[in-house]
Design a binder for this molecule. Structure first.
Ligand code: PA5
Length: 415
């Protein structure tokens, strides 16, 4: 992976002024002396190898006995798995992992029940707290459907719970009913949990090689464990320096539609980690070139309050040669590689945006595969922890999420 910064808004000498701040953040993260230090299990990729083996066996069983796995979870309990599965799967073939419990739409759940009721399926309910309303509703609906279809004993064989090791309603129910359970480690918060059973079980069910994913993450961990020569830290510095110069919005840009959910995962990671105490960059996303025909106008000429972070994938799995064009106006495309044209669109857009005073950070990877996605996940998690500490917030809590729940529970008459 390579990080390239384009635009003179932040000079090298300004970057060097952040040396002390980044060192303090690094010490907080590595010595566990900062706020939220109980939630740093992800830093060293702590996980139980035996549990991962059991998880692989569960994934193989689900692939044998189910057409679909329905993942029931919200926020950090589903976005990471969805991001990895979308990034590494065929765009059009039906995926064998479906998602529920991430909204309260009656249409969504009706469509799901209608689609799944005559097919073989299993459920993986993922909730660290075990009390989140959206997944609780979806689980109760899907459990009823599963029990009608397979009977109580049959349903038991198809329900997998990923939750706290001892606390919460889900844990109690799993113990009472004898469901197979996986643990969300105490010291890892939802949005940092994709490389634990939270993400790994659904990802393995989708047929993605989780060993290679973890290898990418662990090599990134080794690369980014030191203070110096650390691209994750350069990214954190650039973000903080740009924020200080009034760039309140960061737009994650891709030129590969499979990365749409990766951006969603990244938005949650940075939005929930930094948006507090009246601080933080608002994380947004565009899928190009699609969004060049919608948001492109604003980015080029609207208020100068944003910067962009572009994911540049050097090589596609398969390229396509564009047919020879009969019209002379389109002849410039004749027999060109589609990947080259996509890249020219990216280069042209970066140039136009930088010239239009939108600073650009480019994150370049060789290929969209398990290794590089694992690497990127670790890169962004590490950068987020450091960036949050540099900003002066606790990057590992989310107190603001409770406010809507309080108001909703009042309206619903919850004691
Ligand atoms: O990052 C987080 O901690 C949150 O987004 C949670 O993942 C989300 O609120 C779901 O919580 P839970 O897993 O407890 O159901």
């Amino acid at each position: 992976m390579e990080l390239i910064y384009e635009n003179s808004m932040i000079t090298d000498s300004e970057i060097s002024k952040y040396a002390k701040k980044v060192q303090e953040a690094h010490e907080k993260l590595t010595n566990k002396t900062g706020e939220g230090s109980d939630f740093l299990g992800w830093v060293n990729l702590e996980y139980d190898k035996e549990e991962i083996e059991r998880l692989k066996q569960a994934a193989a069983k689900i692939r044998r006995d189910s057409d679909y796995l329905v993942v029931v979870g919200i926020g950090g309990s589903y976005l990471g798995a969805r991001a990895v599965i979308e990034a590494l799967s065929h765009t059009f073939r039906q995926k064998n992992v479906l998602f529920a419990g991430n909204n309260m739409s009656p249409d969504y759940i009706n469509d799901l029940v209608e689609f799944i009721k005559d097919r073989d399926f299993s459920i993986n309910v993922i909730s660290k707290s075990g009390t989140t309303t959206e997944p609780a509703i979806a689980f109760s609906i899907l459990k009823e459907l599963l029990t009608q279809k397979y009977g109580k004993d049959g349903a038991r064989e198809r329900i997998y719970i990923t939750t706290d090791k001892e606390k919460g309603i889900l844990k109690r129910e799993a113990m009472d009913e004898g469901y197979e359970t996986f643990i969300v480690p105490d010291n890892i918060g939802g949005r940092y949990s994709v490389l634990t059973p939270v993400g790994l079980l659904p990802i393995a069910v989708a047929g993605i090689n989780i060993d290679t994913l973890m290898l990418g993450a662990s090599q990134a961990m080794q690369k980014y464990e030191n203070l110096l020569d650390n691209e994750a830290y350069t990214y954190a510095i650039l973000r903080n320096a740009l924020l200080k110069k009034g760039r309140n919005i960061e737009i994650m840009v891709n030129y590969e539609p499979k990365l749409h959910y990766f951006t969603e995962w990244w938005k949650q990671l940075f939005g929930e980690s930094e948006g507090k105490d009246g601080k933080g960059i608002f994380p947004a996303g565009v899928d190009n070139t699609t969004d060049l025909h919608s948001m492109g106008q604003y980015i080029q000429e609207g208020q100068r309050m944003m910067f962009e972070t572009v994911i540049d994938i050097a090589n596609p799995y398969r390229d396509y040669k564009i047919p020879v064009q009969s019209d002379k106006d389109l002849d410039f495309l004749s027999a060109k590689s589609l990947n080259d044209v996509n890249h020219m669109a990216m280069e042209g857009t970066i140039k136009a945006h930088v010239d239009g005073n939108v600073p650009n950070i480019r994150i370049k990877i060789d290929r969209l595969d398990e290794f590089n996605i694992g690497w990127l996940i670790y890169f962004f998690e590490r950068a987020c922890g450091i960036s949050g500490y540099m900003l002066g917030v606790n990057p590992f809590n989310q107190p603001g999420v409770e406010a809507y729940k309080k108001e909703m529970f009042k309206l619903l008459g919850k004691e």
